[in-house]
Structures are given as structure tokens and as C-alpha cells.
Design a protein around this ligand. Structure first.
Ligand SMILES: Cc1ncc(COP(=O)(O)O)c(C=O)c1O
Length: 399
């Protein structure tokens, strides 16, 4: 493991270890492994955190989104408006219903859905909008809710990266018709395996998701609709219940880390993340935009600092999405930032020393870069201004 990993959950586990192992032991002693007391309790407890009436535990976030869409009546022939700058699971869930994803570009500052582009994409086939609360930052929901109301559309929040985030004081998970969460291990609230949850205030959607996740049935061997095996298991639910009370403090730690990074990186050429004034951002990821991104990533790797790119190829340009009919150039902000973004280490147990070390390495990289390029430019013919030279002069003024 690198000296500073992108995510390290070992430290989080240590103080919880006895309790978690105790709960796992209890589940195994009881041998009630599915849809038992822990799943039911977690559904209530997590729905509470989201300000939602119902929570339905499912096998992972992709299934949460898929079943939420299905419960909202989305199916073949429908169109669902979403973003391309997201993890592919958002698109998979839409495609799995038989609907077609329609992509809008993102806001260049927040990296969430550019709401101003949504209305122009609405057709007679549009049935739903899936905003993604990417990196832990809620999308701008109120104008979207107004649009959905005007056009009779459903809103399904992709909140897989945003446990505990809020929009204008309202928690994500209760802002649309339904919301999907992932408990993938590295999420702000993560299981030690797979897990997910649908939250909703709509009793009918809750009932449908409950059936869909369990082979379309409410009563054993009585199948009302075609569903799936999409249940959350008791062991994961028991683990998540131990962790849930810490979510708020872990999110607070992430927010403090982000503020410290912002402060330390302010005098470098990178663009630090911007939290919209109306959100409580929970920094699932801390994503900067960086000149010479790939070189910076390699430099940090050499200095034993792990980073990630979330995500290097926009969904509309993935081979898997070729049948949706999008071409390069159609979503310029999404396409541009895919080449510039870099996720720096971010997890609750990151230390101020780690953050300082990462920021120092970023600063050193640009210092060396500027020196190297200006040395080279002194020996080159005048007039041969390359892109990197032009970039270097804009970078140089930071030092
Ligand atoms: C934005 C987004 N949507 C959906 C998912 C799917 O969640 P899961 O991996 O639990 O299926 C993820 C998680 O990776 C995600 O980040």
C-alpha cells in the first residue's frame, strides 16, 4: 500500500472491531441471514438520517437505482435524463430498465448536472431525471423539482456518493421520488462486502422496491411481478448499524480535511473543489483539476501518494454506451474535465500531516515543472511556443 493511500479503512475498523465481530457472531449464531432484524432496523435508522419515511435494503447501489427506477414505472421506450460525468452504474441502472439515457452536460464549477440544459432535453418520451450527487455534493435540486412538477417527471436521486449530504438544509435521499445509496466499502458509509438502500417517502414505491428486491414476492413462492435477487444480507446490515452512528463525525472529518486541502493548495495552479453555497458537501472524493494532470499523478505515485481519476472516460464515450448515439464533442464540459480531474487521498482518518505531505508534493511538482520548462525555453528558438510553454507561464505566476 502507498504511504498515503487514496482510501484506508484499517484505522476506522480498529476501534469498532470488537463490536463488529460481536454483531457478526450474533448473526451467525442465530443463522437468520436475510431480511431479519438488522436489515429492518437499518432500513429505519438510515431512512431517518435521510429524512425519508421508508428505507429498503438492497444488494448494492446499482440495484438500488435500477429497482427505484422500475418502481417509478420506468421501462422500455422511456427516456431518462442524467449526466455522463458519473460512474457507469448510473447508466447501467437506466439501461437495465429498458429506457434510454439522455445526457446533459455538467456545471463547470460544481461538476453536477447543469440544470439549465435539462428542459431542452425533455421529449414526449421523457419519464424521469436522475441527478447524481457526485463526489458528495448534491445537485441543484429545487429547479429540477420544479421542472419535474411542470412536466410530470419522476426524480430518482443517485445519492451513492452522498450519505449525509444536504441541499438547502434538507438531507439527500428525500428530495425526489426515490433515492439510491451504495454501501460499497469505500463509500462514506461502507459495508464489508456489498450493500445498498433505496429511500423514499412514497409508500407505493417502497412496496414495489420491497417486492422487486425479493423475486417480485411479498409471500414466499407467490410472485406478483418479475423481480430479482437483490436483498441486503443480515451480516452487512449488522456491520452498517455499528458504523451508522459515526457517519456524521466521519463526514465532518472529511469536510475539515477538504478545507485544509483548499487552504494548502490555494497558492498552487490546481483548481480546488467548490461547494455550492446551498449544499452540505460530504466529500466522498476530493477532486482537483490540475494542469499536467497525468504527469502530476505519476509524480505523486513516485512519492508514494495514491490518487484516482473519477472518471477518465465520460459514460457517453464508453463503448458500452455506443448505441445511445452520442459522439465526442457533444458534452464539452464533461469531456474537458475528464482530462483534468484528479482525486487526492480522502478518508475520515486522514491526518493533517498526510494532507500537508500531499499538498507539499503537489507544490513541489509545479515548482519543478516551471523550472524545467523555463530552463528549456531559454535554450529554444524564440517563437516556438508550445502548449506546455504557454501553460507553464500561466502556472509560473503562482510561484
Ligand atoms: C455515482 C454512483 N452511482 C452508482 C453506484 C453503484 O453503486 P454500487 O457499486 O454499490 O453498485 C456508485 C458506486 O460505485 C456510484 O458512485
Amino acid at each position: 500500500m502507498p504511504a498515503i493511500p487514496l482510501v484506508d479503512l484499517k484505522k476506522q475498523y480498529q476501534p469498532l472491531k470488537d463490536e463488529i465481530l460481536g454483531r457478526i457472531g450474533e448473526v451467525l449464531d442465530g443463522m437468520h441471514l436475510f431480511l431479519g432484524e438488522h436489515v429492518q432496523a437499518l432500513e429505519r435508522e438510515f431512512a431517518d438520517v435521510c429524512g425519508a419515511q421508508y428505507g429498503i435494503g438492497v444488494s448494492e447501489g446499482t440495484t438500488a437505482l435500477w429497482l427505484a427506477l422500475r418502481a417509478c414505472g420506468i421501462g422500455p421506450g422511456d427516456e431518462v435524463i442524467t449526466v455522463s460525468h458519473t460512474f457507469i452504474a448510473t447508466i447501467e441502472a437506466i439501461a437495465l430498465t429498458g429506457a434510454r439515457p439522455v445526457f446533459v452536460d455538467i456545471d463547470p464549477v460544481t461538476y453536477t448536472m447543469d440544470i439549465s440544459q435539462v428542459e431542452a432535453c425533455i421529449t414526449s418520451r421523457t419519464r424521469a431525471i436522475v441527478p447524481v450527487h457526485l463526489y458528495g455534493q448534491p445537485a441543484d435540486m429545487d429547479p429540477l423539482i420544479d421542472l419535474a412538477h411542470d412536466y410530470g417527471l419522476r426524480i430518482i436521486e443517485d445519492a451513492c456518493q452522498a450519505h449525509g449530504a444536504a441541499y438547502r438544509g434538507r438531507p439527500v435521499g428525500s428530495l425526489g421520488d426515490a433515492a439510491a445509496f451504495s454501501f460499497y466499502y469505500s463509500k462514506n458509509l461502507g459495508a464489508y462486502g456489498e450493500g445498498g438502500m433505496v429511500t423514499t417517502n412514497d409508500e407505493n414505491i417502497a412496496r414495489q422496491v420491497r417486492m422487486l428486491r425479493d423475486h417480485g414476492s411479498n409471500r414466499r413462492y407467490h410472485h406478483e411481478i418479475i423481480g430479482v435477487n437483490g436483498r441486503l444480507d443480515e451480516i452487512q446490515a449488522a456491520i452498517l448499524r455499528v458504523k451508522l452512528p459515526y457517519l456524521k463525525a466521519w463526514n465532518e472529518a472529511r469536510r475539515n480535511h477538504a478545507a485544509f486541502y483548499n487552504q494548502l493548495l490555494a497558492d498552487t495552479p490546481v483548481t480546488t473543489p467548490v461547494a455550492a453555497p446551498y449544499v452540505r458537501h460530504v466529500y466522498h472524493l476530493y477532486v482537483i483539476r490540475a494542469p499536467w494532470r497525468d504527469e502530476l499523478q505519476a509524480y505523486l505515485r513516485q512519492h508514494d501518494i495514491a490518487t484516482g481519476i473519477h472518471y477518465p472516460i465520460p459514460c457517453h464515450l464508453q463503448r458500452a454506451c455506443r448505441d445511445f448515439g452520442y459522439r465526442q464533442g457533444e458534452l464539452p464540459v464533461t469531456e474537458r474535465i475528464a482530462g483534468e480531474i484528479l482525486s487526492l487521498p480522502m478518508f475520515a482518518d486522514l491526518t493533517p500531516g498526510d494532507i500537508r505531505a500531499v499538498a507539499d508534493a503537489v507544490r513541489d511538482f509545479y515548482r519543478q515543472r516551471v523550472t524545467a520548462v523555463s530552463d528549456r525555453s531559454a535554450t529554444e528558438d524564440e517563437g516556438r511556443t508550445t502548449d506546455s510553454l504557454r501553460l507553464s507561464s500561466s502556472v509560473a505566476h503562482h510561484f
